[in-house]
Design a protein around this ligand. Structure first.
Ligand code: PLP
Length: 280
């Protein structure tokens, strides 16, 4: 497949970066993942705006405009044979002698992009739901940055895998944060709730999007801290991400969530999400 690296479109096997790249050495970079259906990007503007925010947060200057990023996404999609896919965008501070503080000499950031195949959620996951295990959120205090330093997220996902579960439900100081690579939502008495968008979670592009879908469907929404007890007593527990779209979690720590099957708020938002993809 074709990838983009520092100004060139190449075959994946031809793409090379320096071992001194600060992404490799320090995890000093940020990324984003834009889903595309039938090679049409979904919510691209929002994803690119988030990438720019992440870059600004860690003070990497690419000199790229929103239009330049859009051209890269479209350039990758135009060269791809995949229909449903993700466009992965990755920027590091570049290659420089190993020293923690930023390079004093100007360095070109490394800019990498690739297209990967995207399998939409399987029927079994959509219709029966997922399982999850809870754990303490042990990540850092800047989860709003879409950092390529993903060790905490990797270890969290492996905790789920080792437990035979699909995902983790993380709590920081007794309150819900997010999954290993997804946002989490609870439903109680028909009200949809999510944690506040602060530094403890990554603001998924589906966060504002689900708020829009909920408003259009007349489902009340509230952002506020959500306790462990509230998660335990929720009628529905949902996750959202670019690749998993929206899916229900029907068992948490071996116990059923609500009725133990996907609920009505999920069903409505799921149907609306599907309709939006079909209308692209
Ligand atoms: N939270 C984390 C930690 C993530 O890695 C992701 C990415 O998928 C999300 C939330 C959801 O974000 P999005 O809806 O933009 O995919």
């Amino acid at each position: 497949s074709v990838v983009y690296l520092n100004g060139e479109y190449l075959r994946l096997g031809e793409a090379r970066i320096s071992v001194l790249d600060r992404g490799f050495i320090f995890g000093d970079g940020v990324y984003d993942v834009v889903p595309a259906y039938g090679r049409k990007p979904f919510r691209m503007g929002e994803h690119l705006a988030r990438l720019q925010r992440s870059l600004k947060a860690i003070r990497i200057e690419t000199g790229w405009s929103a239009g330049d990023w859009e051209d890269l996404v479209q350039g990758l999609l135009a060269r791809s044979v995949l229909q449903d896919c993700t466009v992965y965008l990755h920027v590091t501070r570049g290659a420089a002698p190993r020293e923690h503080s930023f390079p004093t000499q100007p360095v070109q950031p490394t800019i990498f992009g690739m297209v990967s195949s995207l399998s939409r959620p399987a029927a079994v996951n959509r219709e029966r739901g997922l399982t999850a295990v809870s754990m303490d959120d042990e990540r850092w205090l800047h989860c709003e940055i879409k950092s390529i330093s993903l060790l905490g997220n990797v270890l969290a996902k492996q905790y789920a895998t080792d437990a035979g579960a699909d995902e983790v439900v993380q709590f920081r100081d007794g309150h819900l944060s997010e999954g290993s690579s997804c946002n989490l939502w609870v439903v109680k008495y028909g009200i949809l709730r999510a944690p506040v968008r602060d530094r403890m979670i990554l603001e998924g592009i589906r966060y504002a999007y689900l708020m829009e879908l909920a408003a259009a469907a007349g489902i009340p929404f509230e952002a506020r801290p959500i306790s462990r007890l509230e998660v335990g007593q929720a009628d529905e527990l949902l996750l959202t991400s670019a690749t998993r779209e929206i899916l229900p979690i029907i068992r948490l720590d071996g116990r059923p969530v609500g009725a133990g099957s996907p609920g009505p708020v999920y069903a409505r938002l799921r149907a609306d999400y599907d309709r939006a993809i079909a209308a692209l």
